[in-house]
Every structure is written in structure tokens, then in C-alpha cells.
Design a protein around this ligand. Sequence first.
Ligand code: PEP
Ligand code: MG
Length: 755
Amino acid sequence: MAVLWLDEIGADDLESVGGKAASLGELTAAGLPVPPGFVVTAGTYRRFIEETGIDEELFEAVDVDAEDSKALAEAESRAKELILETDLPEGLREEMLGTYAEIGDGEAFVAVRSSATAEDLPDASFAGQQETFLNVTADDLVDRIKRCWASLFTQRATYYRQEQGFAHDKVDIAVVVQQMVAAEKSGVMFTSHPSTGEPKIIIEAAWGLGEGVVSGSVTPDNYVIDRTTGEVTDVEVADKKTMYDKDAETGETGERPVPEEKRTEQVLSEAEIDRLCELGEEVEDHYDTPQDVEWAIFEGEVYMLQSRPITTISEGEGSAATADGSGTAVEEGGEALLSGLGASPGIASGAVRTVDKLDQLDKVGEGDIIVTEMTTPDMVPAMKRAAGIITDEGGMTSHAAIVARELGAPAVVGTGTGSEVLEDDQVVTIDGDKGTIREGRQAEEETEPVEEAKPKTPVKPMTATEVKVNVSIPEAAERAAATGADGVGLLRIEHMILSTNKTPTRYIEDHGERAYIEEIIDGVRTVADEFYPRPVRTRTLDSPTDEFRQLEGGDDEPVEHNPMLGYRGIRRSLDTPGVFKHELEAFRQLFEMGYDNVEIMFPLVNDAEDVMRAKALMEEVGIDPQKRRWGVMIETPAAALGVEEMAQQGIDFASFGTNDLTQYTLAVDRNNENVADRFDELHPSVLELISQTIETCREYGVDTSICGQAGSKPRMVRHLVNEGATSISANIDAVRDVQHEVKRIEQKLILDSVR
Ligand code: PEP
Ligand code: MG
């Protein structure tokens, strides 16, 4: 038989039908609702090349020098030409089309996908043999099947086979032809928690086809279901701006805006959630291991499109506090007094201490809750004593949010009126996940399990994409290093300076240049020691003038109408080279002391001119840019679009500062709560700038990374791993989840390419 129906095959047929088809066959046989389809077996491909006699010429054409890219390209096009232009043996076309005619009404749209066979697994995982053709009908079915066959000889596939010493003539390929589900809703489902393995089903759902959810470009709703009780414990309805569907006229699948009225509508009904959970239980039972399922809903029916094991669950982990908001015990504490943004996870209870002036900081004792309009760097010692932090102002990237996360102190920011509504000595409980503040103290036993469950020595999955950590206060270095991160992706030095409560100029006036340089060396060294030999990417000063104005010497700072667009980052450094050179001198001395793990990063550059000037100053103080690793932050659209010229200046890395990149791409002040709902790091334009930058950097061998807050968000992580970023830097509390998420996506990329 040239073709086999999916319900005729199973795991034992891996060799002849490939991984993807075997898995679909398994699901079909288990009675799960899989769209109907068939597989063109690997033997059929073999029969095609042998019976038509093209095999010899084909294998000769692809036997080329793997290092010769021109020869590889020619091999690919010759193989494709041979396969596409050679007619199928007698009867084969009729058998394929005849089988297709039995699907649906005989005019069904089908998806045609390659399904790599077992022998090819080791190299196929990298070889890009993952041809997928959507919306195929009888007219182009045979051509698409042949194109899947030809995908055996893409340049990458040939290269890897040559490199690995695999013979081209021993590799076969099967092709799956399956009815397409014109999904009205779709998404993914984890049958157990993907990091901790807890008995929770997690469903992500969006409008239209699943491409957007899987690739991370669409923000889906998130549902958490407790498997032991069947109860839906958490629903987060996202603002779903875009969706994928098929254009009625062209038949092309593409991204489109979601109609206004559906943007914030909940995607799944209760009945649909129940049905998905039922299927989740069945599929996990069937495989006897937690599964990551792709599903779709069409005309009320739930279909399963794919299922693969979740490989990221850490052995022996209990119920840790998780990013899906599972630490829910505080819910029982009654109505929330106030709410804001959950900026640093965890739950803390304590007595309120409202502070607005420096001299009030002494009143904050161990275990108190600081309540303030906005924290400032000089509050850090008091923040360390506090059990939790509440602010009136600020977003997820504000000083309070960043420092609280690094200290591991739960925080709720942007409450609007916290410092007016709450009174000294009032006892409250804050929930840094949910962003709520409740009256009274939470019972001990309710808080403890959450804290205790945090693993002391995290199980770190091996990932190809490095996962690093952001550090802003040197005191957090030990905690940061204990996450097992692959280095520091962003060390902000402004906190080292601002914590002196003096502007750089005032500090130098009062204490001298030497002391200023020492201040920087001490801070960076604390972190570099803790991480050695892991790299510590240290950023030169980047404080807006409004932050400086609060410090001693701040009166001399310019008053700016919009500090975010003003005198900060590299533009200020280049304008005041005297002060900037002290920072560079600190780096030079660190290198001299042997801290070869320190890297230099320049903030807010716009173009190659900025880079050239910064590089010249490095050289002036005696740092050899050829010997040290240095790079830039990509924080403006100009920088993203001009990265090629910067690469030509010799940068080693480019790191996305998405807090600023989002602010400048969308014209949304990151500190302005009136437009906070428009601050969207996953906006298609931001993602596009990121994708383009990664592509250009790859051509120049420049590493890419992210160090903005969005690096801690699963959907941004997905986008970056899919696009091939070199590393991701996350907040301390998010490192573990990001490590697991990266592992999961990498695993999926590999599995997808072999199925
Ligand atoms: C950013 O802009 O994303 C970034 C990491 O820098 P900062 O938040 O310090 O401006
Ligand atoms: Mg920035």
C-alpha cells in the first residue's frame, strides 16, 4: 500500500510512517478526535525514486562538499527539480488522489506535512525537514507531496548528513495528508504543569488558527484547572489583538486584527473547558506521561492536532509558587482593600509603614510593609528590611518593581492611592502575584507551603539558548547566582551610584574621582566574583534626569519636559566624556584585576556614530575593543534598523531593552499609568523589529539577547527562541520558569522537525 489511513497505524510503524504520523495514528486509535487523514509511507518515496530511475542521479547530485555553500545550493535545486519534474510511477497518482477523495466531501482542504522517519532522527532535528503546506486541494496535492520529499535535500539537510557521515541514499521520508480544521478557536494545553508537574491543566486559547499561539505572536487567554477537583482556579482573559485565519478570497492563511468586540471576550466556554480537560486526561492516561497538546475547535467540536510529552518537568519538585497565580490561599482573606500591579511575586503580611521622606526610613523595621509614593535608590536599605513593598506609582519596570524582585520581596506597585488609604500600624497582606492588598495577616500555614516549596537548589535544564539573569543591586548577586543562570545579562550600574544619594558630579566634587571609580569597581566586582567565570554584562550609566533630580546635586540637573526622551544613556555619556571616562576607567581596572568575565554594554545608542564614539573613548582609556566583549542595547527603532552598521563597528552583542524599545516604538511613556494599557512588548511592530535585528546580527556573528522585563514573559521567550536569539536574561524570580520554557520550546523545535 502506498498510503495508509491514520487509523491503520501506530507507534510500531514509526519506521515506515515517521514520527508525526505514528503519533497521530496512536491518538486516532485511542479514540481521540483527530481530523481524518492518511500517510504516504516512506516506502512510497523509495518506490518513486527507484521505479522512475532517478535515484542514482539524485544521490550523485547531493554528494557535494558540505563546506561549499554554492554547491549545496545547487544540490538542493537539482534534487528538487528531479523530484518535481519526474512523473509518479503508474497508478500512484490515482491512489493518492483516490484516498484524498474519501476525506470530507472530496473537496476538503488538507494540510500536507513531512514526517521524518526514525533513521533520520539525529540529523533531521537540525535539518529543517519540516515542510508544511496548508489549504491544499486535489489540484496541488501531488506537487505538495513531492515537495515534502524534496525537503530531504534542503541545504541544511544535506549539510548535516554530510557532516555526520549519514548516507543520503539510506534516508526515507513519509508525508502526512490530513483534513484541515478551519478552527474558530485553538491553542495549546498542558495536561500537567509544564515546570512543576503539579496536577493542573493549563490551557491557552485564542481566536482562529493555532499558528499565532504556537509561535507566540498572539496573546492567548490562560485557564488553570485543578485536576483533583476539576475546578477552574484561574482565568486570565487576554486582550487578543491579532488572530490567524484563512482569507475567504485568496485562501491564504494570515494574521489579521481581531474584531473589536471579540478582543477581550473570553475564548472558551465552560463546556469547552470541560471537554478539553476530559481529552487532556485521556491523552495523559494513554501515554502515561504529561502531554503538551495542540487543539482546535470547529463547529463546537474539539479536535486534537498534535500531542507530545512535556519534557521540562523537574523531578521531585513540589508545589512551587508559579507564574500562573497558583498561590491562591490569600483569596480567603476577604475583599481587597486596594489593588495594583503584581510586580514581585509572593505573599507577605506585616504592619504598614508609610514613608515619604528620607528621615522616615528608620521607622521601617524587619518584617514591615513599606508604603510609599515611589521608591528611590536610597530606600534600598529599608526595602531590604521590609517584608513587602507597596507604591502609588510605577509600572513593572519601575525602581520599586526591579529592586523588589531582586530582593525577593513581594511588591504591588501603581496602586494609585496606597500611601493615602493605608495607615501606619495597619496590618495588611499583600499578594505580589495578583497585585492585591487585603486587611489583616494571612494565617501562617497558608503562607508557608508557598515559601517552602521553592527549591533550594534549582534543577537547571540544559538549553541551547543561554538563560541569564538581570541584576540591579549588587546585594542581590548571591541570590541571582544561585538560580544557576548562565551569567548576568544586564547589570545596571546606576544603583551603585544613586545609592550614594548623590549625583555623579556631586559625588566627584565631594569625594574625588578615585572614590567614584572605586564605588563602581566595588559594585561590579561583587557581582563578577559571584558569577565568575560566567559573563557579567555591565551597562554604563543610564539614568534619566528626573531620577538624578531627587539626589544631592540634583538641583543642577536640567529640568526636562520629557526625561525619557532626554539627556540619558549614551547620549549623555558622549556629551560628558569626563564623567563617562571614569566609568570606562573602572572597567579597565577590573580587566587589569583579572575580571575577564566582565562585558561592557552601552545603553540607548541610536546608530553607528554613537557606537564609534563610545568605542573611541574605550580606546582612549586603554581598553582594547578587540580583546574585550562589548556591545549595545537595542532600545530605539533607529538602533534596531541600524544594527548592521553597528555590527560593522565590531560589537559582540546586541541586547533588546524592550522596556525602552516598546516605549519608543509605540510612543507610550513607560511610567505613565494613563497609557499603561497600551504598553505592549508583544506588539507586532516590536516583535518585527526584534526579528529583523536577530536576522541581521546572525549574518554578522553578533550575539543577540534580551534584558528588558519582557524576557521574563513566556510568550516573548517563545518568540526569541523561535527566532534564534543567543540568550535571554530574566528577573531573578523568573529565571527558573524561563529555563523550563526555553527547554520546552527547543524540544518542540526539534520534535517538530522530526515529525
Ligand atoms: C530596557 O529598556 O528594557 C532596559 C533593560 O533598560 P532600563 O529598564 O534600565 O531602561
Ligand atoms: Mg532601557
